[in-house]
Write a protein that binds this ligand. Sequence first.
Ligand SMILES: Nc1ncnc2c1ncn2[C@@H]1O[C@H](COP(=O)(O)OP(=O)(O)O)[C@@H](O)[C@H]1O
Ligand SMILES: [Mg+2]
Length: 277
Amino acid sequence: MAHKIPKTIHDLKHYVYITHIITNKKSVLYKAQHSQTKQIVAIKIYENAPILYQQEITALTKLQHKNIIHMIEHWTSGKYSYIVLEHIPNSDLLEYIINLNKQKIFLIEAEVRFIFKQILEAVVYSHEYKICHRDLKPSNILIGQGRHHFILADFGFAHDFSSGQKITKACGTVEYAPPEMFTNKPYLGPEIDVWALGVILYTLAALKEPFYGYNNVIIANNVRKGIKYFPNHFSINLKDLLLKMLNIDAQLRITTKEICQHPWITVEDEDEVELPF
Ligand SMILES: Nc1ncnc2c1ncn2[C@@H]1O[C@H](COP(=O)(O)OP(=O)(O)O)[C@@H](O)[C@H]1O
Ligand SMILES: [Mg+2]
């Protein structure tokens, strides 16, 4: 959906349009303000009420957590469906990683842990509610006020795995998807998120993704081979955790509960973390 669509055709209800944030394949996002309370919000608009809209509102209705985006309200009007979210001012983790890269600043492991544990907490909480995200990646992690607060967003691919039924639907993003996604092997859900968390952890520590290539076929081939090398500066404990999260055998992959008990996660950092910017 292009944002060339005149905004006047949109029924923003009691919100006043401020600016366009982004147009993606699946949705368009506007920044807006509540006409009475003056609260600044982000309004995500889907066309033709796709399944993504249903999945996102179902998940966000259930989830209330400091590291998960807060949904204020939602409605459908004509062929458009609207999700009003709290507005998060400081962009996302992808942009943060790109900026670190530009300035050639690596995060120390305590800083990586500080960010990663917030994302892990959001995922563990979602899994307790039997919701897996299926599209964990840096652009779906927003940076809140004070820049030390990381918030999981974009629940369009969220899936309720409470029935215990395995499914085969491939979704998400090739660089963050596990090998079983490319072979149509049935999966439950949480193990998909664990793999993506592993890719995020590696990317935060290395400032580059572990699996890359010129096109999706090459990337998928690299994903299937699994992780072979780590940058020299990775600690033994970090490598151990990553090998367990990025296990190409989904049956043997570490669980979120085990991640929380891993020594790389449980270590107490002495100094308060002050992120580079
Ligand atoms: N609540 C928000 N406040 C500010 N920016 C947001 C908000 N939600 C999303 N964004 C920005 O818009 C981008 C796309 O939003 P997302 O929910 O991921 O939609 P899509 O399904 O199109 O990927 C995000 O990567 C982020 O940069
Ligand atoms: Mg997204």
